[in-house]
Design a protein around this ligand. Structure first.
Ligand code: ADP
Length: 465
């Protein structure tokens, strides 16, 4: 066989492995719906379906001046948000970079740093240019975006379950981080009132609905994947004891990147040996199983593992030293984006990528193979992403009835915004699952959840009190 034929044989094998038929998707959705329901019934399930204590949709007429503070993985962001009603707003923001020490220092010190940055921001924006304490005419409400798994009992309360994203600050896990932050605000005499603590996915849901009222679901496809939506309180059995009004709604942070974790029973037909490998070699084996087949942190690594297998079989880079691509995690998911979007006939971007980053020459046949392989992995990710959305749509009945309205899906994260055709593939899979009706579920770029969303929630909370 010629080189082209040999590579095509490999391609057919991977195509088989990574392609998800409509029937497979439908099966996964069925199981996904059940898992979401179990999470609403009982505490501490694999997909925890965390009540967010945000009650119902914003009206779109929320107005006023709010502050939002977002403790992200890399930066601390302080925003001043002016809500203008009619779904309009203006944002001014400052970012403060977090050091590695700050991610490991005593928990209270981390919140002191947050309060200190907030004070600096307030002095810059509302002060008279001196170091004097700022006196505000009226107290400004602050929304705190704290996107780590937390258990809430109220909108201004959030017990940190465990740190993620590289944080390890002692004496914080198990504590109410809202209370810790409030203590720091008092210590630094910051003249504001923290009214709400939220997860960024919940913020994205509310911000996207504020601007576009048909948005009923928010999803993140970035380093990880997750979603939030609005549930009827009567359908959340696990909080029955709180005696909340049964006819109201509450936002749920699904944390559904955990779908299929531990038992791996729901996607066993489609898990490949590469998924298995990534899972076992990750810092949290058996956790976040769904996310590991979808998200930005992993797609590049799947691609790299396939290349390594083929190198071992003598099918790629003949006669060259391949040590540079044999190191774990050196192949960023952004490379797959680049490969898929190479506009040249000769695939010159692909040529450059391999020579520049890995010191490897590629043949035209190899480059064509890589482009098709990236397509397989990127398409699988987008099609699997549709299953979580479809499960929420099914659960909420957004496509039921003779004249279904469907819904908008606010989506955010680099995969959604930068990966070529991600959105188109997602939509295609929704049509595979629901038929033509699937076109009524429309993904669109979400609004800034941790800034604007947090501010809107602060406004909603104030209005409720
Ligand atoms: P986060 O989820 O941390 O808020 P992002 O949404 O930017 O941040 O997601 C970061 C992830 O997206 C990383 O895993 C990175 O590999 C991936 N990524 C960054 N740029 C691109 C790109 N152009 N195409 C596809 N994936 C990308």
């Amino acid at each position: 066989a010629t080189d082209a034929e040999k590579l095509d044989e490999h391609y057919q094998k991977y195509k088989e492995m990574f392609t998800l038929s409509p029937d497979r998707l439908k099966h996964i959705v069925e199981r996904f719906v059940k898992v979401l329901e179990v999470g609403l019934e009982k505490d501490k399930q694999t997909v925890p379906m965390l009540p967010a204590y945000v009650f119902g949709w914003p009206s779109g007429d929320e107005k006023g001046s709010y502050l939002a503070l977002d403790l992200g993985g890399t930066n601390l962001r302080v925003c001043h948000v002016e809500l203008k009603g009619k779904g309009e707003f203006e944002v001014t923001q400052t970012k403060f970079r977090l050091t590695d020490e700050q991610k490991q220092c005593e928990g209270q010190e981390l919140f002191d740093f947050c309060a200190d940055c907030l004070n600096t921001f307030i002095k810059d924006h509302f002060g008279n240019g001196t170091e004097e304490d700022v006196i505000l005419e009226e107290e400004i409400a602050l929304g705190f975006t704290f996107s780590y798994p937390m258990e809430q009992e109220a909108i201004d309360h959030g017990r940190l379950v465990r740190w993620t994203k590289g944080f390890g600050n002692p004496n914080t896990e198990g504590n109410d981080c809202a209370a810790m932050f409030r203590k720091s605000l008092e210590k630094f005499k910051v003249p504001i009132k923290m009214t709400s603590i939220i997860n960024d996915t919940t913020g994205t849901l509310i911000a996207s609905n504020y601007v576009k009222q048909d948005t009923k679901i928010a999803c993140i496809f970035g380093t990880g994947c997750n979603a939030a939506y609005m549930e009827h309180i009567r359908n959340i059995p696990k909080i029955k004891h709180l005696n909340l009004p049964e006819d109201e709604d509450m936002a749920i942070n699904c944390e559904y990147g955990a779908f299929d974790s531990f038992t791996h029973e729901h996607m066993k037909e489609i898990r490949t040996k590469y998924d298995e490998y990534i899972d076992l070699h990750s810092n949290k084996p058996h956790e976040q199983a769904y996310e590991k087949m979808i998200a930005g942190l992993y797609l590049g690594e799947i691609f790299r593992l396939v290349m390594c297998d083929m190198v071992d079989e003598g099918a790629l880079f003949l006669g060259q030293n391949t040590y540079k691509i044999e190191k774990p995690n050196v192949f960023d998911t952004a490379f797959l984006s680049l490969i898929e979007s190479d506009p040249t006939d000769e695939l010159l971007t692909v040529t450059g990528l391999f020579t520049h980053f890995f010191g490897l020459d590629t043949t035209m046949e190899e480059r064509k193979f890589f482009k098709k392989l990236a397509e397989l992995i990127g398409t699988r990710s987008a099609r699997l992403s549709s299953c979580g959305i479809a499960a929420l749509v099914t659960k909420m009945g957004y496509l039921e009835g003779d004249n279904p309205k469907g819904c908008g899906v606010g989506a955010d994260g680099s995969l959604f915004s930068k990966y070529p055709n991600f959105s188109k593939r997602l939509q295609g899979a929704l049509v595979d699952i629901f038929g033509e009706k699937g076109k009524l579920v429309v993904p669109h770029q979400a609004e800034d959840g941790s800034g604007v969303g947090s501010a809107i929630i602060a406004a909603m909370t104030r209005a409720r009190k």
